[in-house]
Design a protein around this ligand. Structure first.
Ligand code: C2E
Ligand code: CA
Ligand code: CA
Length: 553
């Protein structure tokens, strides 16, 4: 038999709560098959709406051209999960065999729906604290890393704080654990409300909480947040009508001043929090002198200067591929520091230091020169390869540094392209430098697009040629409809402004395929290739870019 004209699935969450198994007052006016099916737990068919046209609501069905219908309850593990409703333009359309077929369909849908719901529940539980529903330590770490990645390369600041309740043990001891739990739930709610937009409140366990702030959070903003949070706890907590007063001690850290990775920042925030507790000051900002951190940092500045001069830096390259044929369109140069005792150090751990100390000019000049000479070596592989170099905003704003770098980039504009972060678009000196580069024919990409605050006006008037979508939006693309929507709108924006799009951080085939479907041409990520030493690039090109020799002129 053919399928009915229309089928509607309503999960129980879309039906008013308590409907399953209950009777409904409106049923007297509107004998809805779905309501009856949910109440009785068996399929309910309507032979012909036209014969009941006097009943409220049913006349509408006829107007819509529907004559017969059936509602089949959906159950999973003995409880209702929804109802499947099918309707048809013909009267008497649903006999025993049709109903049996729809019941099977309902069973399949129901188990699929409950599977996906329980999967989401497991995912949620793995990432959240059961008592307060707040994100846990793992989520906090990811949030810190995201904020750092957005703030530090652009020369910005971000921060976090650790909060520990004072005297919470007394509440537990004197009023019992149930009372303690009630207090913790209220603390969680008040902190979430007071933390402010763009921040993440997590529970680390016991009476310890943490708040991670977004990129562009200054020390002053962090202190203001600490005041707000302390203020939010001033009102006594309600435990069965009893007002329980509690205070907290807070430790603050600002990145990159107090560390540029999650572990260091959390450790330093802990130190500051204990000082706040000991001195009863409410909150305390991490103080480098307390932890002798200043001394450690000073040695690494001179070490870094020495490393640049001695050639202890290394340049690794990551291919950017054309999605349609998998060929290498360009490579991106990513700097590393080969440290004598600490091993290979990644840019997140020393580029911010170079930016703060003005060493970024020397570092970037070294990167450009090294890339140019490496590219010479790969010319033998066919068409000349182009290489993207990351330019810090700091490098673009310091007049003397910018002058030197601009000259170097322009000299090699046929093989060197540049990547800058969105924050450069907001800086007048940086945009002036970019205009100069573009006027000379240098291709410029906006890096980590989507994590900063670029105004559309800036994009429209700026001579950039490419948007690199940040890997934050690409990572969960296959499962996140939100990320999908964001990428879609970036693609539309790019098309309207005639810009190319590169998706960063592609780690799976499925992600690459989805990006290609959306019309994105270029991608970069571990799935295609990890950043590799210069010595490996030739072999990679030979193995993955087999159509290249045909290109040779
Ligand atoms: P970026 O410009 O966004 O560079 C891409 C980063 O993403 C690289 O990290 C790369 O290893 C990583 N990556 C690439 N594909 C994937 C993937 O599929 N999954 C994941 N999870 N990550 C992927 P890296 O090398 O640690 O560089 C970090 C940042 O340091 C760069 O971010 C860039 O902002 C900065 N940087 C690197 N080299 C330089 C440089 O020469 N000068 C300046 N100013 N900054 C640099
Ligand atoms: Ca980049
Ligand atoms: Ca990037």
């Amino acid at each position: 038999s053919t399928l009915p004209d229309s089928v509607l699935v309503s999960p129980l969450s879309a039906v008013p709560a308590g409907m399953a198994g209950a009777s409904f007052t409106h049923e007297e006016f509107y004998p809805s098959t779905s309501a009856t099916a949910l109440r009785t737990g068996v399929p309910v068919a309507e032979e012909d709406y036209a014969r009941r046209a006097h009943a409220l609501g049913v006349a509408g069905m006829v107007t819509y051209g529907l004559r017969s219908a059936v509602s089949v309850p959906m159950t999973s593990a003995g409880s209702f999960t929804g109802v499947l409703y099918a309707a048809d333009a013909q009267p008497l359309r649903f006999g025993e065999s049709e109903i049996a077929f729809l019941q099977q369909l309902a069973n399949v849908l129901s188990s699929a729906m409950s599977q996906s719901a329980s999967k989401q529940k497991v995912l949620f539980q793995a990432r959240h604290d059961a008592l307060t529903g707040l994100p846990n330590r793992g989520v906090l770490r990811t949030a810190i890393e995201t904020s750092l990645a957005a703030a530090l390369p652009a020369g910005g600041e971000t921060g976090l704080l650790l909060l520990d309740l004072d005297g919470f043990k007394d509440v537990n001891d004197s009023l019992g654990h149930a009372a303690g739990d009630l207090v913790l739930e209220q603390v969680a709610m008040r902190l979430s409300a007071a933390a402010g937009k763009g921040s993440l409140v997590a529970r680390l366990g016991g009476d310890e909480f943490a708040v991670c702030f977004g990129a562009r959070t200054s020390a002053a903003q962090l202190e203001a947040a600490a005041d707000r949070l302390t203020g939010a706890l001033l009102t006594p907590f309600d435990v069965a009508g009893l007002g329980v007063p509690l205070s907290a001690s807070i430790g603050l850290v600002v990145a990159p001043d107090h560390g540029s990775d999650a572990s260091t920042l959390l450790r330093h925030a802990d130190v500051a929090m204990y000082r706040a507790k000991a001195q009863r000051t409410g909150w305390a900002m991490y103080d480098e002198q307390v932890d002798h951190a200043r001394a450690v940092r000073l040695t690494s500045i001179s070490e870094l200067r020495q490393a640049i001069r001695d050639g202890d830096l290394e340049l690794h390259y990551q291919p950017i591929v054309t999605l349609s044929d998998g060929r290498c369109a360009e490579v991106e140069a990513l700097v590393r520091w080969r440290h004598a005792t600490r091993g290979l150090i990644y840019p997140g751990d020393f580029v911010p230091l170079a930016e703060q100390t003005g060493l970024i000019g020397e570092l970037t000049a070294w990167v450009i020169e090294r890339a140019v000479s490496d590219l010479e070596g790969w010319r033998g592989h066919g068409r000349p390869l182009r290489c993207a170099v990351n330019l810090s905003v700091d490098a673009l704003t310091h007049r003397s540094i910018a002058r030197d770098l601009v000259d170097r980039v322009i000299e090699h504009r046929d093989i060197i392209t540049v990547e800058i972060t969105e924050s450069a678009l907001a800086d007048a000196r940086a945009t002036r430098t970019l205009r100069e580069l573009a006027a000379a024919g240098v291709s410029c990409a906006i890096d980590d697009f989507g994590t900063g605050y670029s105004s559309l006006a800036a994009l429209k008037s700026l001579p950039v040629s490419t948007l690199k979508i940040d890997r934050e939006f690409v990572r969960d693309l296959v499962s996140s409809s939100q990320d999908l929507a964001i990428i879609r709108s970036v693609v539309q924006l790019a098309a309207a402004l005639s810009l190319a799009v590169i998706a960063e951080g592609v780690e799976t085939l499925a992600t690459g395929e989805r990006l290609a479907e959306m019309g994105i041409e270029l991608a970069q990520g571990f799935y295609y290739a990890r950043p590799m030493p210069a010595a490996d690039v030739g072999a990679w090109l030979a193995a993955h870019d087999s159509s290249r020799p045909a290109d040779r002129r």
